[in-house]
Design a protein around this ligand. Structure first.
Ligand code: PLP
Length: 480
C-alpha cells in the first residue's frame, strides 16, 4: 500500500545533517546534553513506544497519568514543595508560563485591566502571555547586577496586579533574582508570585547540595505561589516537557478548562493542548527514572565544573569579560572594543561551538550566551582553544560596519507601516534572505553582518524584520 519514498529515514538523516548537533556538548543553546549515550537510548525507546498515545484522556491512558504524577512528585522534592502542592506536565517553558499568567488573570475576575510586574530581564514568554491574555506587562528595571530590584517592583504593584515574577535564573544573564524579597512584597498585597525556574530549576537544588551559594528561590520561600521548571532542559529529557507547580490545588484551579458546550466528548484539559502526545511524557519519565537523584547530582557537578572552567578561561582573555558572574549554568560574556561579538560568535560556530548572540538591549551592549551542559565538561580544553583562535580571528577581521545609509534608512522606517515589498527589499539588503539559484531561499551562513544590522534596529523593527523573515521561511514545498 505504500506509494511514497522508499526509504524516508535515509532522507531524514540527510536532512538532519544540516542541523546543529544535539550531542557532543558543543551546542551551547537550544539543547542540553548529558554526555551519557544511555540516557539518549532510554529516551528514544520511551518516546517511540508512546508516540501515538494520547495524554488527553487520563482514563484512557492511565499509564501517562501515573508517569505525570510521578514526575511532579520528583519535582516536589526538588523544589521544597509543601504537601499541598500540585503540578501539571506541559509542553515546554513557554506553555508553563502562559498557563501561570492565564491562571493568575482568571483567578481575579474582579480586575478589569490586569497587570503583571516583571523584572526587565524576565523571559520573553511573559510578553507572549501578555499579548495572548491581555495582561499588561509592567517592566521594572533590574539593578546593576542584573537582578530584580524588589523595592522598585513593590512600588510597581497595585490593586490590578494579578502576578509578580522572578527568575531563577534569568536566561540572558544567568543570575537568580532576590526571590525572598520579591515574594514577600507580593504576599504583602495578596498577589501571586511565580518563579520562572524553567532553565535553572533542575540544577540549582543540586548546586546547593554541592555546597555552592544559591540564594533561596523554591517553595521554601514564603509567598512563592507557583514555579515552572523545564524537564526538557537540565533534566536532559527529550524535547516537549516542562512542569508547572502550584503551592496548592486552589491556585491551580483556574488553569483547568472544560467544555460541554458542543455535541462531542466533554473537553477537559489542564494545558493549552488537548490531544497531547504521550511520547515526550514517557521519554521524560524514563530519563528521570534512569538518571535519578544521585545521577542528577553528578550531572550538575559536571555542568558546574564546565562553567567554572569556561569562566576561568574568559577571565584570562583581556578582550573578554563576564557580563556578570553566573549563579548557575548560563554564562553571558562580552567583548571589548577590539573584538566584534557577532564575529566572535561566527568564528566559534565555524570551529564547531554553537554560542548564541544577544543583541544590545537598552544601555547594555551585545553579548554572547552559553548554556553549559554536563556533556560539555569533557571538551572544555577544546573550547578554550577554539575561544583563543576565534578571538584572534575576530580581532584580525575588525568590527562589522553597518553601512551608514542602511543605518539611516532603518532608523527612519516605521515598522508598523511597512508593506511586504518593503520587507522583501529590507530582508535582501540585510542578507537575511537571499534567493538561491533554484528560486528557493538561501540562509546566510555567517551571521555577523545580519546581527550587526539587527543590532542597530529598534526592538520593534527587529521584531518586524524577523517576523517577515519567518514568514518567508514558512512556505510550502510542493512536489512537481
Ligand atoms: C528562564 C526561561 N524561561 C522560559 C523559557 C522558555 O522555555 P521554552 O523554550 O521551553 O518554551 C526559557 C528558555 O530558555 C528560559 O530560559
Amino acid at each position: 500500500m505504500t506509494s511514497g519514498t522508499a526509504d524516508p529515514l535515509e532522507r531524514l538523516r540527510a536532512l538532519q545533517g544540516a542541523d546543529l548537533p544535539v550531542h557532543g556538548g558543543r551546542t551551547l543553546a537550544y539543547v542540553y546534553d548529558s554526555g551519557e549515550p544511555e540516557v539518549d537510548r532510554v529516551a528514544r525507546e520511551a518516546v517511540a513506544a508512546y508516540a501515538a498515545s494520547n495524554a488527553l484522556d487520563p482514563t484512557a491512558f492511565p499509564s501517562l497519568l501515573q508517569m505525570e504524577n510521578e514526575l511532579v512528585g520528583f519535582a516536589c522534592a526538588l523544589l521544597d514543595a509543601p504537601v499541598t502542592a500540585v503540578g501539571t506536565v506541559t509542553s515546554g517553558g513557554t506553555e508553563s508560563i502562559l498557563l501561570a499568567v492565564q491562571g493568575a488573570r482568571d483567578s481575579r475576575p474582579d480586575v478589569v485591566r490586569p497587570r503583571m510586574v516583571l523584572p526587565s530581564t524576565a523571559h520573553a514568554a511573559f510578553h507572549k502571555a501578555a499579548h495572548y491574555f491581555g495582561v499588561e506587562a509592567v517592566l521594572v528595571p533590574v539593578g546593576p547586577d542584573f537582578r530584580a530590584d524588589p523595592a522598585a517592583m513593590a512600588e510597581a504593584m497595585d490593586d490590578d496586579t494579578v502576578l509578580v515574577v522572578a527568575s531563577a535564573p534569568s536566561y540572558a544573564h544567568g543570575v537568580v533574582d532576590p526571590v525572598t524579597d520579591v515574594a514577600a512584597a507580593a504576599a504583602a498585597r495578596g498577589i501571586r508570585c511565580h518563579v520562572d525556574a524553567c532553565i535553572g530549576g533542575w540544577v540549582l537544588p543540586y548546586a546547593a547540595r554541592l555546597g555552592r551559594a544559591v540564594p533561596p528561590w523554591t517553595f521554601a520561600v514564603e509567598g512563592v505561589t507557583s514555579i515552572s521548571v523545564d524537564t526538557h532542559k537540565y533534566a536532559y529529557a527529550p524535547k516537549g516537557t516542562s512542569l508547572l507547580l502550584h503551592r496548592d490545588a486552589g491556585l491551580r484551579r483556574p488553569q483547568f478548562f472544560a467544555s460541554a458546550a458542543w455535541p462531542g466528548y466533554t473537553m477537559l484539559n489542564a494545558t493549552t493542548q488537548s490531544t497531547r502526545s504521550g511520547g515526550p511524557v514517557a521519554g521524560t519519565w524514563a530519563v528521570v527514572e534512569h538518571i535519578g537523584d544521585a545521577g542528577y547530582l553528578e550531572l550538575a557537578e559536571r555542568a558546574l565544573a564546565a562553567v567554572d572552567a569556561i569562566v576561568e578561561r574568559i577571565e584570562r582573555e583581556p578582550a573578554l569579560r563576564l557580563v556578570v558572574p553566573p549563579d548557575s549554568t548560563l554564562v553571558a560574556m562580552a567583548t571589548d572594543a577590539s573584538c566584534d561579538p557577532f564575529t566572535l560568535t561566527d568564528e566559534l560556530v565555524d570551529r564547531g561551538w554553537y554560542v548564541q548572540p544577544q543583541l544590545s538591549h537598552g544601555a547594555d551592549g551585545a553579548s554572547i550566551h552559553l548554556s553549559v551542559s554536563a556533556g560539555t565538561v569533557a571538551h572544555v580544553e577544546e573550547f578554550a582553544t577554539a575561544l583563543t583562535e576565534s578571538l584572534a580571528a575576530a580581532q584580525a577581521a575588525g568590527p562589522v560596519a553597518v553601512d551608514a545609509d542602511v543605518v539611516a534608512f532603518i532608523e527612519a522606517l516605521d515598522p508598523t507601516t511597512l508593506d511586504d515589498d518593503d520587507f522583501d527589499g529590507l530582508l535582501a539588503a540585510s542578507g537575511l534572505v537571499g534567493t538561491a539559484a533554484d528560486g528557493g531561499l538561501e540562509l546566510p551562513t555567517r551571521m555577523a553582518a545580519v546581527n550587526a544590522m539587527l543590532d542597530v534596529a529598534s526592538p520593534p523593527m527587529r521584531e518586524a524584520l524577523l517576523v517577515a523573515f519567518l514568514d518567508r521561511l514558512q512556505r510550502p514545498v510542493r512536489r512537481s
